[in-house]
Design a protein around this ligand. Structure first.
Ligand SMILES: [Zn+2]
Length: 444
């Protein structure tokens, strides 16, 4: 059934004869179900003309501009300037570019600039489909979004009611009509499609990594544009993911980080990687396992476990309560004075030692100066020789371990040196565990 009613007739007739397309006429008449908009343009125009036929003669008198003038294609270029300058008449072109006939008029709509004309037809939809298919994305649902030419907003008047009223009060009627013919003139040419772009929403992969090298930063180490070390944990993992997911770029995040010379052992450190604009997104758990294997085979500096696809929301678990979590470390410590086993045993009895840490000198260039209270939950010593011992520490996350050992020129109080009354330094540090229960462990 034709969606317009008798009371729409007057408005529809006025709009049609001033160059508004049938779909825009439906919009202005408040047609809010989509079936009629789907009809082919020619059919729509025929139906509309048939609907308006009865009162056409009577209504046409009220129309400000003369009805559409049809010209031959050859005349088009010569006439186009004249026509548009005085705003009278309209160019009618049939869609296939042949000479216009009565029922295949295509005036470029003065409201939508043609967007609801040929870009709603099957041919254009086909073109978009072909482009989507050719892009090679894997997907299950699709969002189609259109970026309109900015001219449209002026024609549809997106200004606020108050702003328009204020402006109208300031301008004389005849000045306004000179600048803004109402309804607006039809444009000279239909607007064109600049580009059809396809993109896929990001997907997220998480896991845990071990780092076995004391010469590998977590993220690319670049100072003043110069690369200091050739690789990083982030790159050793992400390069494989980028290739397999055919993604454009990635963002790496993790639960805390370790220094370049610190190993991460035990169950590893949780990490998550956002893959931006991936072309491949459907993987079986077997394929993800194989991907993990591929990463692990490619380097002996890192190993990855529990690799899995996760949601964006789940990544929050990794950062949640990061400060409250505990971490376990193992440090190799040197002392200037000769020590015996009994000199370090007292450390085993210290529980929940509160320390104050001023921002370490080595990170002062990127962290604000502050004093942070931290807790060393427990320590366990292992005597090595007169100048060396191993210390296993369980601490609050965020504790600077190196500074707790050597004291950072008195900026961390107390510290191992002050507790033992020696000068102490740290030779090696390993992260033994990061107590974050995410991502879930997978059985191998
Ligand atoms: Zn339109």
């Amino acid at each position: 059934m034709f969606p317009l009613t008798e009371e729409n007739k007057h408005v529809a007739q006025l709009l049609l004869s001033t160059g508004t397309c049938p779909r825009c006429i439906f919009r202005f008449c408040g047609v809010d179900f989509h079936a009629p908009y789907k009809l082919p343009y020619k059919e729509l125009l025929n139906e509309l003309q048939k609907f308006l036929e009865t009162e056409k003669d009577e209504l046409i008198l009220e129309v400000m501009n003369p009805p559409p003038k049809k010209i031959r294609l050859q005349e088009l270029e010569d006439s186009i300037d004249n026509l548009s300058q005085n705003g009278e008449g309209r160019i009618s072109l049939s869609q296939d570019g042949s000479i216009a006939s009565k029922n295949s008029n295509l005036n470029v709509c003065n409201v939508c600039l043609g967007i609801l004309q040929e870009f709603c037809e099957k041919d254009f939809v086909k073109k978009v489909c072909q482009k989507v298919e050719a892009s090679g994305f894997e997907f299950t649902s699709l969002v189609f979004s259109v970026s309109f030419p900015p001219q449209l907003s002026v024609r549809e008047s997106v200004f606020t009611r108050m702003a328009v009223m204020k402006a109208l009060n300031k301008i004389k009627e005849e000045d306004f009509l000179k600048q803004f013919p109402c309804p607006p003139n039809s444009p000279k040419a239909v607007c064109t499609v600049l580009e059809i772009e396809c993109a896929h929403g990001a997907v997220f992969v998480a896991g845990r990594y071990n780092k076995y090298s004391r010469n590998l930063p977590q993220t690319p180490w670049i100072i003043d544009g110069e690369r200091k070390l050739e690789s990083s944990v982030e790159e050793l993992i992400s390069d494989h993911l980028l290739a397999v997911f055919k993604a454009e770029s990635f963002n790496f995040s993790s639960s805390g980080r370790e220094d370049v010379d610190v190993r991460t052992l035990g169950n590893g450190r949780p990490f998550a990687i956002e893959l931006v604009n991936p072309h491949r997104v459907h993987f079986t758990s077997q394929e993800i396992k194989e991907l993990q294997q591929k990463i692990n085979n490619s380097s002996n500096k890192i190993q990855v476990r529990d690799l899995q696809l996760v949601t964006r929301e789940a990544i929050g678990h990794m950062k949640e309560g990061e400060e409250e979590k505990t971490k376990t470390y193992s440090a190799l410590i040197w002392t200037d004075k000769a020590i015996q086993k009994k000199d370090i045993e007292f450390l085993n009895d210290i529980k929940d030692l509160k320390i104050d840490q001023k921002t370490p000198l080595r990170v002062l260039h990127r962290r604000p100066l502050a004093v942070r209270a931290r807790v060393i939950h427990s320590m366990e010593t292992q005597y090595v020789d007169e100048h060396h011992f191993r210390l296993r520490l369980k601490t609050q996350a965020g504790t600077y371990i190196k500074e707790f050992v050597h004291g950072d020129f008195g900026r961390t109080k107390p510290n191992i040196g002050s507790l033992m009354n020696v000068t102490a330094d740290i030779l090696e540090l390993d992260v033994e565990s990061v107590d974050v229960d995410w991502p879930p462990a997978l059985d191998d």
